[in-house]
Design a protein around this ligand. Structure first.
Ligand code: PMP
Length: 296
């Protein structure tokens, strides 16, 4: 599904067949989840692949490594160029890129002296999400920022995301909504959260969430489109009176939420600011200048 016999990836300075690359089973990343990664999208624009916010993603990768003491020497520019090369060698335009910084064999709990870097990519359909999500409040909290570097996109943190997703699906929901250690709304397993009331958007502050690049882009769009917003902590009880809500992330873009614990939002999705932002975001990443008359 992710690769076939022709797929090429970048690994430690070389472009290699994905089906032929091997990894060491004694690696620290495999055993302890001690590694960092990114999730990036490329979109076809005027017949060419255009990576959305490559610089921001690779800056976050470097910051993730710094935060968890993984020495990582690639520059943002090098990584961006390598990403385009991976896309080119696989003839991909609408694609998802997965760079991964992973550690050498080491069974100790020390920081590594040498790390490895790979970038792979696979085709990602260019469809618009018109589906709405049914969420449940997760029984899992987001990782405590005093236990891990919650702002790092570290491999091991995703056990928490998997637990929350499995729980939600086993209960018959699409996704979970996780709270932080203080009981504030935090984020989804792989996306940031926004909600809105009386024409104003709300989103939790940084600190207990992944600093999403899509979240930052949505806030930029709000500024551009003069949509009022407030970054503040939100209590789950506040959801009862909210007009609407959405998740946002590189993979899902902006995706509307129908209900949380089967309680629906006050307005139909199409009447929310979220729906306008969904359209604006979609046009931005695909380099179709959003038309202001559709946004008003
Ligand atoms: N939160 C979590 C936990 C995530 O895994 C992601 C996906 N990277 C996001 C938020 C959204 O981040 P971004 O917009 O940078 O994809």
């Amino acid at each position: 599904m992710y690769y076939d016999k022709n797929t090429v990836l970048f690994n430690n300075g070389k472009f290699l067949k994905a089906s032929e690359v091997t990894t060491d089973l004694y690696g620290q990343t495999l055993h302890y989840g001690y590694g960092a990664f990114e999730g990036i999208r490329s979109y076809e624009a005027s017949g060419k692949a255009k990576i959305f916010k490559a610089k921001e993603h690779y800056e976050r990768l470097k910051r993730s490594c710094d935060l968890i003491h993984i020495p990582f020497g690639y520059s943002v520019k090098e990584m961006e160029e390598l990403s385009y090369e991976v896309l080119k060698r696989n003839d991909l335009q609408d694609a998802y890129l997965r760079p991964l910084v992973y550690c050498d064999p080491n069974m100790s709990l020390n920081k590594p002296t040498k790390v490895n870097f790979m970038i792979c990519a696979w085709k990602w359909g260019n469809y618009l999400g018109d589906k709405l999500l049914r969420l449940c409040l997760s029984s899992y909290q987001r990782p405590n920022p005093r236990s891990v570097k919650v702002e790092a996109k570290a491999c091991g943190h995703y056990v928490n995301s998997i637990l929350a997703t499995v729980e939600a699906k086993e209960k018959g929901f699409d996704e979970g909504l996780l709270l932080d250690m203080y009981g504030n709304i935090a984020e989804g397993p792989g996306a940031n959260f926004f909600c809105e009331k009386n024409g104003k958007l709300f989103t939790p502050p940084l600190g207990n969430i992944l600093p999403g690049i899509t979240r930052a882009t949505v806030l930029e769009l709000c500024d551009e489109l003069n949509l009022p917003y407030e970054v503040r902590h939100l209590q789950p009880s506040e959801l009862l009176s909210m007009d609407g809500a959405f998740f946002c992330g590189t993979a899902a873009e902006v995706i509307g939420i129908e209900s949380v614990n089967d309680v629906s939002f006050q307005k139909p999705w199409s009447k929310t600011l979220g729906a306008k932002l969904q359209q604006a975001y979609s046009e931005l990443v695909r380099e179709k200048k959003y038309r202001s008359e559709r946004i008003k």
